[in-house]
Ligand binder design. Sequence first.
Ligand code: ADP
Length: 319
Amino acid sequence: MLLVVNAGSSSVKLALFDCGEMRAAHNVAELGVGGHQGALAQGLHALGAPPIKAAAHRVVHGGDGLTATQEITPAIHAQITAAVPLAPLHNPANLACIDAIARLHPDLLQYAAFDTAFHATIPREEYSYAIPADQGLRRYGFHGLSYASMVRRLHPNLPQRLLGMHLGNGASLCAILDGRSIATTMGHSPQDGLMMGTRAGAIDSAAVLTLARRHGIDGAEALLNRQSGLLALSGSNDMRAATAHARAMFTHAVIRHAGAMVALMGGLDAIVFSGGIGENDAPLRESVVAALSFLGPFDTYILPAEEERQIALDVAALT
Ligand code: ADP
């Protein structure tokens, strides 16, 4: 069995795979005093202490160098650690789980799959920011495992110009041309692009600076990352509880950014909707499809997000 670990800043999701098929899953939604290590032990206990042959981790940020699913050697561990400043909430959670499993099972093979990896193909004009190069900042893009999974599932009838929409609590769009990412709405961090459950999405950098002057760097970070988006507009980060204005803003953001993605692909052959909102919110899908209908006929798919399965298949392909 392969244990797939999806560790967030405040949760740990575990899934067991056998030959690419999920056999069991358990989510530990709240971290107790034991932190990630305790949550992992609790989850493994709930799964009945299964015999595990290997573990694979969803790692949010691979930095510049980690662009493929691979075994976690000491060198790869060091590179994931080096990417902590790029994903200060996520990569430490991933490392905590990697280290906890290494302590529990020192000889177990462990793998890392990166949410940034699918976007390694975006061109320079897409990943560059128009700021002095010595600042070393660039766009990376996220939700890559979800987009890779869409491409895999649409084979062998993969549309040439595919607009991927991962609309969950975090939300992004990806322009997928011939199966490769050429542009995406999230940037240096997951905060760019669409409005989300608790994130503001794209916002004028001068407005960010104003917030930083008012609240300090950490206060502004918390406000933009955890207190904005649907939560700020409706009092809940759940789309089902959104006010008409919040729904209108979310829909507007999807259409606005979809236009940019489609222009970069030179047209549109199909949209894939995924994530909790993309899968379940039919009125939102209808509004988006209607707004883009001027582009001519295109196909629409609804594919449940399958990031854990994508990781399991990536690892199976390596072994
Ligand atoms: P995450 O990004 O945390 O993995 P999900 O992809 O599970 O999140 O999406 C969670 C979101 O999906 C919820 O916050 C909620 O807004 C939305 N959602 C779930 N069901 C529905 C529904 N029936 N209609 C609209 N939105 C829904």
